[in-house]
Write a protein that binds this ligand. Structure first.
Ligand code: SDX
Length: 378
């Protein structure tokens, strides 16, 4: 076995061959199955995009209708999952609740038939259908209320906002949320997708795979950054305080949340789309002063760090959109997870075809042949 050179964080190390999505970090290009993200954001829906990612092609009208009907049918949760959620502490983070529920789904569908296309489709449908219901249910239950049942007459995006806010969303809000789901769905081999792949490589069930990925996405260096960005903007408090704040953070070698990316060395194309969505929302529902702080921070960071290729990533503007949609700050990452389930499942399914367990090696820096010292002699 030849040992490759050590690369911290596996930077630049290909761990798979995939045709699901493509990113050019220098040009700011993102494509799903070769289709530019800008086209999908403008013309597609989340379920159509999920179908494209998972089954390689855009569905026909009949295929999409059948898929939507299956998702609609499976949106409801088993009452035992809801009962389990009633035992969760209100103070718990929604990502921990989601990870527990995703793993618990496996208790109900424990058959592992990874060579059966019907089983694979059922798992895909159940996870895409039930994850939004879980996120919305936890939100209502942690406020002491009963969760509301999904509404079959609402599409995927509108139904989530309905379950979360207990009222039908404004059509523009639903459309903008749909675009957010499309552009968060997939992003090559990011940390949570890689986590899903490593878990999947042992041939465990897809519910365990998604639970692994949810746990990974939760971290502040990954999907958790969107929540941190809003906290940062609130801490800055005013446009005048942007530069003093930035200077202080940089002096302390602290990270500016929502900026920087392992691959993008220009502004994340998704941040550009999210900024446009934010402006559409502000025009209709009123301005948000934190947007002025954010744009000033973007200018200031570009002056200081643009030379190092540090620009806004997907998490920088997403929180400002979600706030306007009535989504609580600590639900931003669960919303990211709702969307990224599509990408995680696409990689899970793609990997099943040529699976080999992930088992990397190490460069050993420890000692050898060390004698055991009994506790009385230590
Ligand atoms: C997502 O991978 C994906 O595709 C992820 C994602 C997806 O769709 O799945 O795009 C979603 O996770 C977006 C990223 C959200 N995270 C954040 O916003 C957290 C803040 N960003 C950083 O922590 C950082 O940029 C990472 C984690 C995103 C990337 O880290 P890398 O590639 O390991 O970069 P690094 O830590 O090696 O930093 C390289 C240099 C360092 O400076 P030097 O020590 O070389 O002088 O850039 C600096 C870093 O200090 N740097 C930053 C910075 N990010 C990198 N300096 C200040 N603020 C930052 N945000």
């Amino acid at each position: 076995m030849t040992v490759c050179e050590f690369r911290a964080g596996l930077e630049g190390v290909p761990v798979t061959q995939s045709s699901i999505s493509f990113v050019d970090g220098q040009k700011g290009i993102l494509e799903y199955r070769g289709i530019p993200i800008q086209e999908l954001a403008e013309k597609s829906t989340f379920l159509e995009t999920a179908y494209l990612l998972i089954w390689k092609e855009l569905p026909t009208k009949e295929e999409l209708e059948a898929f939507k009907n299956e998702i609609r049918y499976h949106r409801r949760l088993k009452y035992r999952i809801r009962d389990m959620m009633k035992c969760f502490p209100e103070s718990g983070h929604p990502m921990d609740a989601l990870q527990a529920c995703a793993a618990a789904l496996g208790l109900f569908y424990s058959r592992r038939a990874l060579d059966d296309p019907t089983y694979i489709r059922e798992a895909v449908v159940r996870l895409l259908a039930k994850i939004p219901t879980m996120v919305a249910a936890f939100q209502l239950m942690r406020k002491g209320n009963d969760p509301v049942q999904p509404r079959d007459d609402l599409n995927y995006a509108a139904n989530f906002l309905y379950m979360l806010n207990e009222k039908e969303p404004d059509p523009l809000a639903a459309k903008i949320f749909e675009v957010c789901l499309v552009i968060h769905a997939e992003h090559t081999i990011n940390a949570s997708t890689f986590s899903a792949m490593v878990t999947a490589s042992t041939l465990t069930d897809p519910y365990a795979v998604i639970a692994s990925a949810v746990g990974t996405l939760a971290g502040p260096l990954h999907g958790g950054a969107s929540e941190e960005v809003i906290e940062m903007l609130e801490e800055i408090g005013s446009v005048e305080n942007v530069r003093p704040y930035l200077d202080d953070r940089l002096q302390r070698k602290a990270r500016i949340m929502g900026f920087g990316h392992r691959v993008y060395k220009v502004k994340d194309p998704r941040a550009i789309i999210l900024q446009e969505l934010a402006e559409q929302l502000f025009e209709k529902f009123g301005h948000d002063k934190y947007y002025d702080i954010a744009t000033e921070l973007e200018r200031a960071v570009e002056e200081k760090l643009g030379g190092k290729g540090i620009y806004p990533n997907v998490d920088f503007y997403s929180g400002l959109v979600y706030r306007k949609l009535g989504i609580p700050t600590d639900l931003f990452t669960p919303v990211f997870a709702i969307s990224r389930v599509a990408g995680w499942l696409a990689h899970w399914k793609e990997q099943l075809n040529e699976n080999r367990i992930f088992r990397p090696t190490q460069i050993y820096t420890g000692l050898h042949s060390v004698p055991y010292v009994s506790i009385d002699d230590r």
